[in-house]
Design a protein around this ligand. Structure first.
Ligand SMILES: [Zn+2]
Length: 324
């Protein structure tokens, strides 16, 4: 049994995931609970998370050394503030780092959840062994993280890695960011569902017509496409076209050793990755095709939680440097 451990907190719009891990990042205990953000504010949610961490610490018997927190952006990483993310109403300038540090009595570090997921896949998942990596989460929205020489790239104002908002269709559909034609507006699970609904509303014949509009989800589109439904297949194919544009851009700009894709849409596996690899290889002419390495994330829904643990390890190391 380790005598010291770190905690990871992954704050999402629908659920909070928590882990306690040893100093090498091996998860000893983990749990999750529904966020219920509509019913209660950030203080109550964080209080439940901290109580769960204390309960898990009691089970491991280890002494907590630090904590890491992943959360949807925007956020002020250096000030430790969450700045009203769209999926967390009421979390305005919420000082999550200060609260966690005061309540648990340990140093804490914050980063956005897509960056955390990139860290998780880089150290423990599909990206293990690579120094240059881009991670993309393709879920209800699209986020990403860029790792160069083993380190996350944050850029000015922590704005780097927003792969979901690169333009893949000039003047294309509106995006939640206010722009048009972003990767997220064309390739997220939400966009898949929206594009299928638009075709159904135009009267195109499809097995999806038997579903209510709410049931036409990204997952339903993927399943119907796999079964050969013409509307779902067309929508799926268009999604892969735009995703190949975006991923091709990433290879041309960064030439990473791998692009790792996680999130709900990526769970379609080879239905996504087979045609995507083929099309990106056809688009990118400046790299040999065998260097176009596109991988499915391997930590399932836990990429960002593993990343939060890595942020906790970094918080501990930073404190040791400051006190030595
Ligand atoms: Zn956008």
């Amino acid at each position: 049994m380790p005598d010291q451990c770190v905690a990871g907190i992954d704050i999402g719009g629908t659920k909070i995931a928590l882990a306690v891990a040893d100093l090498e990042g091996r998860v000893l205990e983990k749990t999750r609970f529904p966020a219920r953000t509509g019913e209660r504010g950030p203080h109550a949610i964080i209080e439940e998370a901290l109580a769960e961490i204390e309960r898990m610490l009691g089970k491991t018997g280890a002494h907590l050394a630090a904590a890491g927190i992943g959360c949807g952006g925007p956020l002020d990483r250096k000030a430790g503030l969450i700045l009203s993310p769209p999926n967390l109403p009421g979390w305005d300038e919420f000082p999550v780092v200060r609260i966690v540090e005061e309540r648990l009595g340990v140093p804490a570090l914050l980063d956005n959840d897509a960056n955390a997921a990139a860290l998780g896949e880089h150290r423990h998942g599909a990206g293990r062994g690579y120094k240059h990596l881009v991670y993309i989460t393709q879920s209800t929205g699209i986020g990403g993280g860029v790792i160069v020489r083993g380190e996350l790239v944050h850029g000015v104002y922590d704005g780097a890695g927003e792969v979901g908002h690169m333009t893949v269709l000039p003047d294309g559909p509106e995006c939640g960011c206010g722009g048009r034609g972003c990767l997220e507006a064309l390739c997220s699970g939400t966009a898949l569902a929206r594009r299928a609904r638009a075709r159904l509303a135009a009267g195109e014949a499809s097995s999806l017509s038997s579903l209510s509009p709410n049931e036409v989800t990204g997952r339903a589109v993927a399943e119907a496409a796999r079964a050969g439904d013409p509307v779902a297949s067309r929508v799926w194919d268009e999604m892969i076209h735009y995703l190949a544009v975006g991923v091709g851009n990433l290879f041309n700009i960064l030439a990473p050793e791998a692009v790792v894709i996680g999130g709900g849409v990526s769970e379609a596996g080879e239905q996504l990755f087979g045609p995507l690899r083929e099309r990106v290889r056809a688009r990118v002419r400046m790299l040999p095709p065998e260097r176009i390495n596109i991988l499915q994330a391997s930590l399932g829904g836990d990429s960002a939680l593993h990343g939060a643990v890595i942020l906790g390890q970094a918080a501990r190391e930073r404190r040791l440097e400051q006190t030595s």
